[in-house]
Design a binder for this molecule. Sequence first.
Ligand SMILES: Nc1ncnc2c1ncn2[C@@H]1O[C@H](COP(=O)(O)OP(=O)(O)OP(=O)(O)O)[C@@H](O)[C@H]1O
Length: 424
Amino acid sequence: MFTNYQVNNFKILEEVGSGAYGLVFHVIDTITFSDFAMKVIIKSRIDCTEDRRDLLTIELLKCFNKYGDDYLDNKIFLPAIDLHSIKSLTPEQLEHIPHYKEISLQLKVHAHKNVVTIHQVLESELATFIIMDYYPVDLFTAIVDQERFIMDGLLVKQVFLQLCSAIAYCHKLNVYHCDIKPENLLLDNDDNLVICDFGLATTSKYLVPNVSVGSSYYMAPERILSINNTNKFLTMNSDIWSLGIILINLVCIRNPWLKAHQTGDSTFSYFMRDQSILMKILPISDELFEVINSILQINPKNRVSIIEIMKKVSMVKNFTREGPLTDVPLMDENVFFNCFAAPVDEVSPCFAQQRLDDSDATTLFASSSSSNIHLSEFITTKQKTITNAYTASSSTSLDTTPFVSDVENCNKQYFPIQEKLSFL
Ligand SMILES: Nc1ncnc2c1ncn2[C@@H]1O[C@H](COP(=O)(O)OP(=O)(O)OP(=O)(O)O)[C@@H](O)[C@H]1O
């Protein structure tokens, strides 16, 4: 529907996902020709669960209609928000703009190689646009449709350890993801895993009552307990439970139960009485059973730590009792420590925020062999486009988030979030 629509220098190629509040698009940067993902979070509340995608689409169309102009060919130009100002929003401020909580928490941890990097946040009155790295496939598709892991135990180890490494890093910075599931884990072309969707993430050390939101397959039993339960559970431990279910997914292409609820799921109810049921319903080896059992402890306090899980998984020799996963190479100690123990990018992930400094742009174009556009040409074209955009849109009534006025503001200047949302 939105193919060829453009937000600043990001042209939409296709829709790649939709969720409760937003749509995700594969976009191309018309300056560098690099791929990005653009998540559009619609601000208006949509209560109905049916036709949600259609309603989100209508809201996004409104956004293009409000700010765009036929003359501009479905292009809109929006101000970018300074990412540091989002990171420093207080919990009280985030109460007023809940969708910024997701962005703020992801920004806290996106320096990790296995967390999706956010490059820009563009603000409009109707929607917020998040520009992130783009990944071609999610883990669900890779496991179920492509069966990418059934022959390759080392790949299972690599992907799972990357996930553990990212989650451990988040926990170290007091960010708890709370929605670890294959649809929220993406793979690059070299099968490196990254985590996305911090929509349910929290910094709350303890689970807040009635947190039964998310996918039931991956949810720890304490998250499904009745709201009258007054025990305090560490949020961190419920992420660890989800890791155990993902490990089962990777090796067995299935889930052990629909939900970890004693009366609501007969398999889980059986598992509570006798954990070895896992050996009967899944083709896992004794060795893997031992690892999974140390993770899927009903009492969250008894669950093994993430670093212990990582050590155990790297040493597993066979994942299954039969088939190609019976003989899995041990992970080389150097690979383990280089790839998983020091996982933080040294390069600032916010390259997009600086890239239109002249020197950076020159470097970018110089290094882009596929592009034959020169910097001077680019600046002229870009200035022309954005000047046109401004002329055409200057009569539009702009409420809380005025249009940017020129190329400087559109691509170089970053506004503090407090300036764009004056109520903060
Ligand atoms: N950076 C990305 N690159 C490629 N695809 C992505 C990216 N981010 C998200 N997606 C795709 O879009 C889907 C929806 O994204 P996301 O989970 O962030 O949205 P959401 O609105 O929070 O969804 P939900 O309500 O289901 O949690 C993902 O499952 C994934 O398939």
